[in-house]
Write a protein that binds this ligand. Sequence first.
Ligand code: ADE
Length: 225
Amino acid sequence: MHHEFDILTLFPEMVEGFFASSMLGRGQRNGLIDIRTHQLRDWTTDKHNKTDELPYGGGAGMVMKPEPIFAAVEQLRQPASKVVYMAPDGVPLTSQLARELVQEPHLIILSGHYEGVDQRVRDELVDLEVSIGDYVLTNGTLAAAVMIDCVSRFIPGFLGDEKSLTEESFMSTLLGFPQYTRPADFRGLRVPEVLLSGDHAAIAKWRHEQQIEKTRRLRPDLLDK
Ligand code: ADE
């Protein structure tokens, strides 16, 4: 399946370099994914290209106007599209959600700014609202980039080495183990002997113990699951 992402934002330049780089860049060159960023302002029709207004009922900040967002989504929408709105009050992005979203052939991702978008956009256009964590960013563009990165890793063939995904789901309830590479002695700091032993069972046991210890120390909540 081919995966398409259309991002609607007031700041496409924030993420264009990110999408052109590394694995996402390679995924696009390989034809596995298509990521298109769009300047929402291009869908304004007034002479000041206004995308936001004061909130009805008063209060701080500005609210994004519905007209350009409706026009953009109506133009980009395909029969199988899902519209995702990035917002701090959305459902949390998890590996589980990313595995569900990778089933979608086309995501239109809306990045909010200011105090968010007019509620009619959320009610009428948006299929799913996603948060990347319990903190507030100045706008949702980085959040959209994070979600696309996370979803793309689950596309078959995207990582090249599918083993990393299998290992990840296998160990999904524990934090990772320490990794080392050459040299074996760096300024007197030595790589743990077991990793140099060639004893695969001993290495697996050591890594598992390291994971349990780190999870207990930093994320005891994961051990309760
Ligand atoms: N926009 C602002 N903060 C956000 C967050 N935490 N997740 C998703 N979109 C956001």
